[in-house]
Design a protein around this ligand. Structure first.
Ligand code: AGP
Length: 608
């Protein structure tokens, strides 16, 4: 989604700001822009489409400036266009960039029009520039104007603003949208994503909701929601170039698929002994709290929700706990009943997904024992606002389609399942067996990645189709859903997933020679039943692409039967995810789509 970067420096910042925008391209966007203070005017450049086009414009116009703000926009209010791109301005004096949504924009816009302001975009953001201008004209400093504007704004926002009257300082504000300050030498930055300024500094200050900060090249001042000057902690994070470059891979998604052995190792390492999970790996006091848990509620979105669906099966089988799972976007609206001794679990790669965060905040008002997050970004809002957390340590995931984030979430969620079982003294032998399986998982994933050549043979058959069905049963149904989500989001092929037993209750009508069917057939008590479901598909002309345990036999005619490496049955969902990721990637490659930044999608969904 939208990305903000701002800089006050003793050197020219135009290039730094555009480099920062490039680093945020993975988040998904449709237009980009920059405003650069040039003492007696402000250079204002915007382009529809890729950041490269903005960079080309910069190269042609060569604006010089030591103070500026820049933005990548992901359209919410108003179509993707140059006039809707940020920065927005008021009277050629005040320039702003904004992430989030201003919920009361209609009434504020009307009142500003009555005050004589003219709007040149359809966005909810432009009014912020006019509001600031209004208060500046009444004699406020930019810092005070921002507080006055904040008092009017309802909704989520991260804002950065500059004023023609001041070529030294910029002002930023945060409410429910991520924003941080980066401290350099003789320069200070602000950004919505640490990756945007990770090349420039390792020292970050994460602003809190309500904070407003004034930033110059040499100094910054942060005021909290009550306008008191406050000191916020400086966090050191080394975001190395290696983690954010593709290396020899064609796409970040490809790199991230092949990083999974190491990523899963990073999740498990240091959290288990040879036969059990260590105590308090979710934070001090977590083991004690887990002993009281009688029921689990999971909330998440997209791929993270699929990880939750697998976990619900694990919790029942290993920790003997009932589990309710909801889309984060739905949870608050169903008036949920919270049983005594319930634990809330949120799952999120980014830790900034607005719906998941809103669900956590809603749940914090309810009678939960506590909240645990499984998250990849330790500095995220979800991590900061949860009682306990386990970080997946997957490293930055840049491709919009989640790959290593999902498998590491599953590894983390298995650790959580084991911790809950252990704290309740349940199934010690089973726990020991699974821990061994977790320790050998990186090797099994490495073997699974070697199936690429077999997958390459089948990818043209899917790439030429418009639809696909994914089938799995039991704990593999969420994996089938994840496979379908991967295929649709990066190849734009319509894909659906079903528990195989449901086929004859309707979807079987879709089967013909144009409907490839991808099925997951691990060794399990339901394998035989699944094979019968697949026979039904074959009998109706459907082509089968089956990923199966060596013990499963099925004649697939012109389709393909790909034999999977073996591991502990309860961990096989993690392993069976891998070929589906490779398949989606290779199909998308053949279809020539924008794999790392698929159309209409954003990496971090920070609006509800
Ligand atoms: C998956 O490929 C998607 N990019 C998407 O479904 C994602 O998992 C979802 O938006 C949730 O994001 P989060 O894990 O950062 O909360």
């Amino acid at each position: 989604m939208c990305g903000i970067i701002a800089a006050a420096s003793t050197r020219n910042v135009g290039k730094l700001l555009v480099q920062g925008l490039h680093k945020m391209e993975y988040r998904g966007y449709d237009s980009a822009g920059i405003a650069l203070h040039q003492h007696d005017s402000i250079a204002h450049l915007r382009t529809l489409g890729k950041v490269q086009l903005l960079e080309d414009k910069m190269i042609a116009e060569k604006p010089k400036s030591k103070l500026g703000i820049a933005h990548t926009r992901w359209a919410t209010h108003g179509e993707p266009s140059e006039s809707n791109a940020h920065p927005h301005k008021s009277q050629d004096k005040v320039y702003i960039v904004h992430n989030g949504i201003i919920e009361n924009y209609v009434e504020l816009r009307e009142s500003l029009i009555e005050d004589g302001y003219e709007f040149s975009s359809q966005t909810d953001s432009e009014l912020i520039a006019h509001l600031l201008d209004l208060y500046l004209n009444q004699g406020s400093s930019m810092l005070d104007a921002m507080f006055l504007a904040k008092a009017k704004l309802e909704g989520a926002y991260a804002i950065a603003a500059i004023d023609l009257a001041d070529d030294q300082k910029l002002v930023v504000a945060r409410n429910k949208s991520p924003l941080l300050i980066g401290l350099g030498t003789d320069e200070i930055f602000a950004a919505s994503d640490p990756l945007a300024i990770g090349q420039l500094t390792n020292e970050f200050i994460f602003l809190e909701d309500g904070d407003v900060a004034e930033i110059s090249a040499e100094a910054y001042e942060i005021r909290d929601k009550d306008q008191n000057t406050v000191t916020r902690d400086i966090t050191n994070i080394d975001i190395s170039n290696q983690a954010t470059s593709k290396g020899d891979y064609k796409h970040f998604m490809e790199k991230e698929i092949y990083e999974q052995p190491q990523a899963v190792l990073n999740t498990v390492d240091g959290r288990v002994t040879s036969d059990d999970v260590l105590d308090n790996i979710f934070g001090l006091g977590s083991t004690e709290l887990f002993a009281k848990v009688k029921r689990i509620q999971i909330v998440a979105c997209g791929t993270s929700l699929h990880a939750g669906r697998v976990t619900a099966n694990w919790l029942s089988a290993i920790a003997e706990l009932p589990c309710q799972i909801d889309y984060a976007s739905e949870y608050r609206y169903k008036n949920p009943h919270v049983d005594k001794n319930s634990l809330l679990i949120t799952i999120s790669q980014s830790g900034e997904t607005a719906d998941t965060l809103a669900a956590l905040r809603y749940a914090n008002e309810k009678d939960y024992l506590g909240s645990v997050t499984i998250c990849n970004v330790p500095t995220s809002a979800l991590a900061r606002e949860s009682d306990f957390a386990l970080f997946t340590n997957a490293g930055p995931e840049i491709g919009v389609a989640s790959t290593k984030a999902f498998t590491t979430q599953l590894a983390g969620l298995m650790l959580l399942t084991l911790a809950l079982a252990k704290s309740r003294d349940l199934n010690p032998r089973l726990r020991g067996r699974i821990v061994k399986g977790l320790r050998s998982l990186p090797d099994v994933i490495t073997k699974t990645l070697e199936l690429k050549d077999e997958i390459l043979k089948i990818s043209p058959n899917l790439a030429s189709k418009d639809n696909a069905l994914f089938l799995g049963r039991g704990i593999f149904y969420p994996i089938a859903k994840e496979g379908a989500l991967k295929l649709k989001e990066i190849s734009y092929i319509h894909a659906e997933a079903y528990p195989a037993g449901e086929l004859k209750h309707g979807p079987l009508a879709l089967i013909d020679e144009d409907m490839p069917v991808v099925a997951l057939a691990p060794e399990s008590e339901i394998a035989e039943k699944l094979v019968s479901n697949l026979e039904e598909v074959k009998a109706r002309g459907g082509t089968l692409y089956v990923f199966a345990d060596p013990s499963v036999s099925i004649d697939v005619n012109e389709g393909a039967l790909i034999t999977m490496p073996q591991c502990d049955f309860l961990l096989t969902p993690i392993v069976y995810t891998i070929p589906l990721q490779i398949l989606s990637y290779e199909v998308a490659l053949l279809r020539g789509t924008d794999i790392d930044q698929p159309r209409n999608l954003a990496k971090s969904v920070t609006v509800e």
